[in-house]
Structures are given as C-alpha cells and as structure tokens.
Design a protein around this ligand. Structure first.
Ligand SMILES: [Mg+2]
Length: 236
C-alpha cells in the first residue's frame, strides 16, 4: 500500500461537530468524487424515493419530502479535498468559510427528485445541522442550483443536533421548523442514521422504513459511525 494511500483525512462526525478528528481514507474521498458507482447509487436512491411518492403522498392534508443537506443534497467533497491537500483537519472555522463560499454541488439525482416532488404537489424541507450563521449561504447555495425555492423550509441546527424536535415541528405545524399547519413527511432522505425518525418516534422501527419511506445516501467520508469502538453495529 502506498504511503499516499495511508495518508488520512480528518473529517467531522457530522458537518457541524468538532469531534476528536476521526479520519477517513483517501480511497473513500476518491470513491465518492470519481466513481461511477457512487453516482449510480445516489441516483438509484433518489429514483427509489421518487417512486415511493406515489404511495406515500396519499392521505389527508399537505405532505413533504424531508431532506438532510450535507452529503444528501449538497456534495461538500471539495472542502474535504482541500483539507486533505493541505494536510489539515476539519474544524468549524474552515467549514463555515466553505459554507460561505456557496460552492457545494448537487448530489446526483436530487435535482430530478425535487422537480418531481414539486410537480406532484409536495413541499420541501431541508433539515440540516449546519448552524444558523450559515443559513443565508446555505439557502443561496441551494438556490443557485435550483434546489431551494420560495416556500421551502430550511431548518438549521437549534440548541441540539437531535433532529427529532424539528421533525415534530414539521409534523405538528407548530414552531419555526414548520409550515404553520400539520404536514406529513412522505419520505425522508439522509446520509446519517440520525436523519431518520428513531424507533417509535413516528411509527415502528427505523430500519423497517428503509427503502419505503426512508432513503439512505452513502457517505464514506464522515459520520458518527467513525466513533464506534470495536465491532459495534448501530442496526439491530
Ligand atoms: Mg448529512
């Protein structure tokens, strides 16, 4: 194995956490940026989510697609690549500077998906753990690619990275992360297990929703899984 391959990147547990510097391999970065397979899997995930709308949108009242942002809607791998090039770790100052640059690009498949959601009368919620200080930059970055439109919700991190309270606000229509009326989440998309309702938070087990209501994007660059010690699986 080359020394180059052994060089490790430092990446965040989530894009907003200053963790102890979990590392990710150059191979993972290259796979996400360059492989046809990553492109195909992301496209496949979004196509499956699109197909699920037909069934999931049925019911009373307005419905929405709820999407995480980083490595779900926006590809931040240029930031990761830059940190790697300079052999520098993730930290929040450079991360926020990256967000302010508004240069993240769409994850494959998301544009067609959002077009279809809107065509079918759905609402769009971007539920991210980016901090409020980069709300405007995030909205601009999304809008530059036609991903954010007037009337969409962009909910940044509150006092907790736990997304459950914000999901509840969308559902109940009460609170800043809401449309001021109850809105059903037809589908959730994310690259982190925390992007999806926990067991019993809505209905049933989280794992049971995968592939029907919950659609997971691959992210080999960073995540809470990096902090797991030993052979520990987060799934049942
Ligand atoms: Mg994410």
């Amino acid at each position: 194995m080359s020394a180059l391959l052994l060089l490790l990147l430092t990446a965040p547990a989530s894009a907003e956490d200053d963790g102890p510097g979990p590392s990710t391999s150059e191979t993972a970065l290259k796979w996400l940026r360059d492989s046809a397979e990553y492109h195909a899997i992301a496209t496949q995930t979004y196509r499956q989510a699109t197909a699920a709308l037909k069934t999931n949108k049925k019911g009373k009242g307005p419905w929405a697609a709820v999407l995480d942002v980083d490595e779900t809607v926006l590809d931040n791998s240029v930031y990761q690549l830059e940190r790697h090039t300079y052999d520098l770790p993730y930290e929040s100052v450079s991360w926020h500077a990256w967000c302010e640059r508004r240069q993240a690009t769409p994850v494959p498949g998301v544009e067609d998906f959002l077009t279809e959601v809107r065509k079918q009368g759905g609402r769009v919620v971007f539920l991210t753990n980016r901090k409020a200080v980069v709300t405007e930059a995030t909205r601009d970055n999304l809008a530059d690619h036609g991903l954010y439109q007037d009337g969409d919700l962009l909910c940044t991190r509150t006092d907790t990275s736990d997304k459950a309270p914000r999901r509840e606000q969308v559902r109940t229509g009460e609170g800043p992360c809401s449309f001021d009326e109850p809105t059903r989440a037809a589908v959730y998309l994310g690259d982190s297990w925390g992007d999806f309702p926990a067991d019993g938070e809505e209905t049933g087990a989280r794992l049971d929703g995968v592939g029907s209501r919950y659609f997971v994007l691959p992210n080999p660059l960073y995540g809470e899984w990096q902090f797991l010690r030993g052979i520990t699986r987060p799934l049942p």
